[in-house]
Every structure is written in structure tokens, then in C-alpha cells.
Design a binder for this molecule. Sequence first.
Ligand SMILES: *[C@@H]1O[C@H](CO)[C@@H](O)[C@H](O)[C@H]1NC(C)=O
Ligand SMILES: *[C@@H]1O[C@H](CO)[C@@H](O)[C@H](O)[C@H]1NC(C)=O
Ligand SMILES: *[C@@H]1O[C@H](CO)[C@@H](O)[C@H](O)[C@H]1NC(C)=O
Ligand SMILES: *[C@@H]1O[C@H](CO)[C@@H](O)[C@H](O)[C@H]1NC(C)=O
Ligand SMILES: *[C@@H]1O[C@H](CO)[C@@H](O)[C@H](O)[C@H]1NC(C)=O
Ligand SMILES: *[C@@H]1O[C@H](CO)[C@@H](O)[C@H](O)[C@H]1NC(C)=O
Ligand SMILES: *[C@@H]1O[C@H](CO)[C@@H](O)[C@H](O)[C@H]1NC(C)=O
Ligand SMILES: *[C@@H]1O[C@H](CO)[C@@H](O)[C@H](O)[C@H]1NC(C)=O
Ligand SMILES: *[C@@H]1O[C@H](CO)[C@@H](O)[C@H](O)[C@H]1NC(C)=O
Length: 811
Amino acid sequence: MELLCFMVFSICLLFPLSQTSSAADTITASQSLSDGKSLVSSPSGIFELGFFSPGISKSRYLGIWYKNIPVQTVIWVANRQSPINGSTGSLMINTTGHLVLLENNQTVIWSANSSKQANSQSPVLQLLDNGNLVLRDEGDTNSGIYLWQSFDYPSDTLLPGMKLGWDLKTGLNRRVTAWKSPDDPSPGDFIWEMVLHNYPEPVMWKGSNEFLRSGPWNGVLFSGRPPKALPALNFTFVSNEDEVYMIFQMVNESLLGRMIMNQTISFRQQWIWSQAEQNWTLYGSFPRDPCDSYGHCGGNGNCVLGSSPICQCLERFVPASLEKWKLNDFSGGCVRGKPLNCKNDGFAKYHGLKLPDTTHSWINKNMNLDECRAKCLSNCSCSAYTNLDVRGGGSGCAIWFGDLVDIKQIPGGDEDIYIRISASELGGKDEKWKIGVIAASAFAVIVGMLFVGYCYILRFRGKKYLKGEDIEEQKEDDLELPLLDFTTIESATNYFSINNKLGEGGFGPVYKGRLVEGQEIAVKRLSRSSGQGIKEFKNEVILIAKLQHRNLVKLLGCCIQGEEKLLIYEYMPNKSLDYFLFDETRSKLLDWPQRFQIICGIARGLLYLHQDSRLRIIHRDLKPSNVLLDRDMNPKISDFGLAKTFGGDQTEGNTNRVVGTYGYMAPEYATEGQFSVKSDVFSFGILLLEIISGKKSKGFYHLNHRLNLIGNAWRLWKEGRPLELIDKGLGNSCTLSEVLRCIHVSLLCVQQQPEDRPTMSSVVQMLCSESTLPQPKEPGFVPEKGLLDGEFPLINEPSSNGLTITQLEAR
Ligand SMILES: *[C@@H]1O[C@H](CO)[C@@H](O)[C@H](O)[C@H]1NC(C)=O
Ligand SMILES: *[C@@H]1O[C@H](CO)[C@@H](O)[C@H](O)[C@H]1NC(C)=O
Ligand SMILES: *[C@@H]1O[C@H](CO)[C@@H](O)[C@H](O)[C@H]1NC(C)=O
Ligand SMILES: *[C@@H]1O[C@H](CO)[C@@H](O)[C@H](O)[C@H]1NC(C)=O
Ligand SMILES: *[C@@H]1O[C@H](CO)[C@@H](O)[C@H](O)[C@H]1NC(C)=O
Ligand SMILES: *[C@@H]1O[C@H](CO)[C@@H](O)[C@H](O)[C@H]1NC(C)=O
Ligand SMILES: *[C@@H]1O[C@H](CO)[C@@H](O)[C@H](O)[C@H]1NC(C)=O
Ligand SMILES: *[C@@H]1O[C@H](CO)[C@@H](O)[C@H](O)[C@H]1NC(C)=O
Ligand SMILES: *[C@@H]1O[C@H](CO)[C@@H](O)[C@H](O)[C@H]1NC(C)=O
């Protein structure tokens, strides 16, 4: 944020004239574009050319950005490697017709690289509406042939209509290179380019390492992409004698979209401008899952998201090193169980794989599949073949030699590839074998899905823009729980950095995280030693996923990796209720109307749990630290790990496992393990008293009476002085009748006998009506025997959330 402000500030500072500067449409040989004096605008005013300073840098660069977009978004930089430091820059066409960038009107620090320029009598520089800066001959208005164009020299951005790839005639390679940092547009080491293998394919590099492949084009799409991904973008691939390139267009051409290489986080991102939000929306990013990282499973390994382990050897291959494989080190890949005998070999058919690395490949556009197969069989080192183009039933031939690298199971993938296996393994029964392979891979997928349990697909509802190329299509629509990848969470939380830690819940620490898309999340990392086993975990996961209410915290996803169990929630910027309530300074921020709104919200949330949701859910651990507050201080109940589902009309249970927090537990639950919706009502009553008094139930100690919070409330009520209970910090924000009613309701909730306590629906009614309320009976007291010496603690425990009991045998 500070950075942004500084950026805006420095732009204003360094562009004092930008408001008044004249916007020219073209620059001819007699004109120049000087820093601070003028800008060039494209005809419809979509793009603008001028000088700028990126981020906190003071250096000046010549660049192109969107003219009417408030967030300065630079899409091209001329002098990436030669910034202008402290002096004035100007752009001009010199007398020999070259486009040059001058420092101090004399030193050439950048020039457009073209031999064609000198041939022009009257060159003109023009910025087109697609963002292309072109140098053309003045007379040559519409030929589309330019002396020079910026689209031939991309920076970090690929715009619609811009080619990524090669002009084979001139040897021009148009590739996209990330900025080194937001303050430095010079080329980083994160590169995206078309690689001219026999079977060409786009590749992303990190330095000299292959980082990610999109897979080669199969006539319809790049084979590494799920077919339904990125529907807003239309990709085209062209490969002929003159050129090999890809371009993309926006399907809705009135939308502004761009693809960038982002060095900071090592992702390629697709952004679309949202007119409504006046901001860029992340439409997709790459890579998305571990299977995308190049060669994750080594040679002949297939990366199957959701399987365990994530890497599977291709059929009839075995891990090169079983020990390493068991330790999840898949780099060694897989080798053939039996070597090929090279004669009479056969092929196993795979469906929906990302085609392997094409470094060692060969293609022919005219062969059919049978000829392709014969071609592969004729060379002992050929290991796989497929159609080059899948359209119209398939045509052409692509074959691979040697190890098959970087294969991935594509969700919804629809392409077949035939992988060579030795004849002896076939048993002469090709068809049977094919079925076996299909059954085996289907089985592997099913096992994988079972392993992952109830959470499967990465898909955040309500965020339709996140349907990226990397997000799998979800078939099981009833399992609405996204599975997040552990490495995604690791990077989102900065490897569970201590700085990201929000707090320590009953079952483990909670971390703040930020997904690549920018979405903030809270990650509950369940401690391995915690009482919460797989059982509770699944319980919590399924429960919360099904619950949707604005007073319940939303579960966005989960993650299971070995022993690790993580729950991913929406992030609540205002922490929890106890953070405000029990802090002298912060409690003053909560005036009565706000507290009343919180009370009503919690009541509605609890009512939903008890009654309105499809299931009857008893929370069993309602307390201020389990009430989170969103940006607008709306309360959201969290932590359903302890809740228990009941079907039908069953409302009570007896458990040999008491879970909950002393100070909030109903007496019958604490002592006998009896819980019901009424034990939640009891906890709600305590919560109400705490919100009114600003005091902790458990740590409360009254100087003159060794009474706890309930005891004190009851005494004051009986003595006709209930208003003395009110938090002094509330000042005169109180509506006394409302507070009084709340105290009354709270005492009804904490009555000794569960049957005397109101249901949550009556509570909600009572809170919002003027009706007369019944007189409360004596409240239930919860002895804390065996836990703490003495009746009640004499001092407040500093910043403790209360002792959470996870295991206590019922007596
Ligand atoms: C501007 O500064 C950078 C880094 O300090 C330096 O590499 C570059 O040569 C300078 N450019 C000019 C034109 O002096
Ligand atoms: C114009 O600029 C080009 C490229 O820097 C250079 O080769 C050429 O000599 C310049 N012409 C004149 C007249 O300065
Ligand atoms: C730069 O040079 C051009 C011609 O060479 C001249 O017209 C212009 O005034 C100069 N600008 C400055 C700021 O010196
Ligand atoms: C300029 O073009 C020539 C050939 O056309 C090429 O060899 C050279 O690398 C290019 N220079 C830059 C900076 O792109
Ligand atoms: C995608 O682009 C191709 C050519 O560039 C065009 O023929 C096709 O109609 C486009 N498809 C969509 C959905 O826009
Ligand atoms: C294209 O996008 C514009 C701007 O968002 C929208 O108004 C229009 O309805 C869209 N057109 C189609 C066919 O979706
Ligand atoms: C890189 O990604 C981050 C996170 O999505 C984003 O904030 C930043 O603007 C991106 N950088 C560029 C140059 O788009
Ligand atoms: C735009 O979105 C980014 C997150 O992607 C956010 O950080 C930024 O504040 C937003 N800007 C505006 C003006 O809303
Ligand atoms: C098989 O293919 C490889 C790789 O293209 C090639 O080097 C080798 O000469 C071929 N062998 C035969 C017998 O064609």
C-alpha cells in the first residue's frame, strides 16, 4: 500500500506536465518526444507512450501503458537495460530514419533494431490501439508491414494479437521476459518462449532450467491445458515454413486482457481488467499444482494430482530408486521393468495425458495413425506416438524418442497417446492389455480420490474469475470442498512463517496466508499431537463445507498431506471477539450498538446450526475466541471441529469424550458429558454476559465475593442492580432497555436445568422483541474441580483463551 502511494506520488512528482501535456498521435522525423513534455496516445486512447519511473526507482524509461487505467500498468519498455539516470530523455527519428532514444539530446542510449528503417523516405512513429508501437513509412498507411514494431520485442507482457515465437526467415525470436523486480524493468531470468523442437512447444524457463511446459499444440490446444480452462481467451498456434508462433485473443474483444511473466512470484499470470471493480482481476496463473513443475516425476513418471504418491510410473515401468521414491523424491523417474526387445513390441494406450517433452521428437503432418505406429516400431529408440492433430478424428504423426519426460494427467484431457511396451508384457493380447491399463489408471484415480477423502478439486466458489487454466474442472459438484495443494499453502503462508501466525487455537496454530490470486486466507494447521484425529478432521471439514450462513466462518478448502492436516478459511481481518472484548483499549472500540449487533449475529448463526441447516449441529465450544470478526465487525462463528452431527430428531448425545472449554460449558456437559442444543444455549448465555460485562467468565474475580461471572450476575439481578454488570468502557453508548433485556436473556440461558433454558429460536425472538420474559431460575455453576486448585482462579490469566479440555473421561 505504502509502495503504491509512493508510486502514485512519484508519478505525480515526475510528471508535473502530464495533465497539460499535448497528446500527439504520431511522431515524424521533425519531431521528438521529450520526457515530461509530451505523450503519444493511440487513436482510441487505449494506450499511451511516454516516460515513466517504475516502483520506487528514480530512473526514467520509455514505455507504453494503458491510458485510462488508474493502476499504472506498463506493457512495454524500450530501454529496459539502459535507464536514463537524472537527465532528460527524448525519443526521435534521426536523419537517417532510425528511431533513437537520446539522453541529454545527444547520447543514443537505445535504438530500434531494424535495417529496413533507413530505406524509408518519410518514416512515422505511431502507437496503435492494440498497444503496438510501429515505425512505418508515412505513405504506407494500411499495409500492416512495418519498418519496425514493438510487438517484435516484447517485455514482460503478451497482449492479444502479439506473437510469441519465431520469424524463421529473419531469425527473430519474440519471447517474453519478466522484469527483474517491480522497480527494475531489466530482463529477469524468468522467460517464456517458443522452442523450436521438431514438434515445437512453448516453454517457460527459470534461468537455464526448464520451469514449465504448456505441452505442444494438438490442433485444438496446448496439451497441458485442461480443455475447459481459460474460456475467455482464444489461443491459436501457427507453424509453417516462415513462422512458428502462438497468439491469443480475447473472446470478448471489448475486454482488456494481458499475460505477464511475473518474476516476483515465478508465475505466468492472466489478468483481465474489471470495469466494475476498476482493477485487474487475476483470471488464471501458471503453474498451479506440483504436477506443472517441469519433470516433477522424472522420466517415464506420470503426475496424477490426488493420487498417492503423486507420481505414478507409467505401466510396466518401475521407480529407478525405490528408496528415493518412497521418500517422495521422484527426480530419478522410472525405468522399464523389462527392457524392450525392439521386435514385436506393442503399445499401451493412455487417455488425457499432457504430451511429453518434445526435445526428442519427430513429426509428420501427412501420416495417419497406423503409419505413425509403424514408423515408431521401425526405430528401437521410439517410445511413444500420437496424432499430431486431434481434430476430425485425428491426423498426422508425432513420435518421441527415449525417456518420456514431464507427463501429467490432465483433468478432462481428451487425447490419446500410445506408449511402447515390450511384446512379452503384452501376452499377445493387445486389447486385454489396453483394458487393463485403462482399468488400472481408473483404479489409481479412484484410490487417489478416496485417499484425499472428501475434498478434491481446487475451486473457490463465488470467484468465477479464478477458473484458470490450472484449475481442474469439477465433476463431483456435491463435493464442494476444494483441495489445496500443500506447496500452495506453504508459499501462501511464507512457509508457515512465525510472522504469519495469527494465533494458537485449541488444535494448533493458525496462519495468515495470501494465495497467488491475492485472496487472503487463514490456515489452521492441526498439530499432529492434537486430540483431533482424522475423524474430527473429516467431521469438521464435511460439516463446515455444507454450512453457509453469513454468521458462520466460511471454509474455503482443506489440505491433507501425510500427517499434515490443514483447514483453509476465509481470512477475518478483525481477529476474534476476545481480542477486542478483553482488552482495555480495544474494548472501547466496541460500543453498545456494535456489541448488540454481534450478539444478534452470533444468535442467528447458532440458530442456523441448531435448526435451520440441513443438519442439526451442536457447536460444543462456543466462546469469544471462536467468534471471528470480519472487516465490518460482523461476527462469524468458527471452529466446528468439536461439533457433532445428529440426524432427525435426536437432540441429545452422551459422549465419553468431553471437548470444550471450562467457563463456557454447561454443568451437565462438564460433569456428565451430556450435551444438547441446550448446552450450546448455556455457552451462549455466558458469551452474552461477557459481551455485556467485558469480563471473562473464567478469570472473573470479584473482590468482595468469591463468585464467578454468572454468580455475580445472578447476585446483582436478585439485588435489583443488574446494570452494575455493564462494562464501564461502554460509556453512554448503551440503550439501557436493550442491555437489560440481554442480561435477562443471558440469565435464562444459563439456568441450571437444560429444559428451563430457551431454544435459540426463542432467544432470537426475545432479543428482538418487547415481549415480557419469564423470570430466570438459579443458574448452573460449573465446578472446576481437579483442574485448578481452589474454587476459582484469583487473578486473570493474561491473554489466555481458557483451558481447552480435549480428553476427559465422563464420570
Ligand atoms: C544508470 O544507472 C545504472 C545503474 O546505476 C547504470 O547501470 C547505467 O549505466 C546508468 N545509465 C546511464 C545512461 O548512465
Ligand atoms: C541514427 O541512429 C542510428 C542508430 O543509433 C545510427 O546508426 C545512425 O548513425 C544515426 N544517424 C545519424 C545521422 O546520427
Ligand atoms: C534537442 O535537439 C533538437 C535538434 O537537434 C533541438 O531542436 C532541440 O531544441 C534540442 N532540445 C534541447 C532540450 O536541447
Ligand atoms: C538486432 O538485429 C540483429 C539482426 O537483425 C540481431 O542480430 C541483434 O541481436 C538485434 N539486436 C537486438 C538488441 O535485438
Ligand atoms: C479464435 O480465433 C480463431 C482465429 O484466430 C477464430 O477463427 C475463432 O473463431 C476464434 N474463436 C473464438 C471463440 O473467438
Ligand atoms: C463483452 O464485455 C463487455 C464489457 O464487459 C460487456 O458489456 C459485454 O456484454 C460482453 N459481451 C459479451 C458478448 O459477453
Ligand atoms: C506479480 O504478482 C503479484 C501477485 O499476484 C501482483 O501483485 C503483482 O502486481 C504482479 N506483478 C506484475 C508485474 O504484474
Ligand atoms: C486492486 O487489486 C489488488 C489485489 O489484486 C489490491 O491490492 C489493490 O488494492 C486493488 N486496487 C484498487 C484500486 O482497488
Ligand atoms: C532412431 O531415431 C533416432 C532419433 O531420431 C535417430 O538418431 C536414429 O538414427 C534412428 N534410428 C534408426 C534406425 O532410424
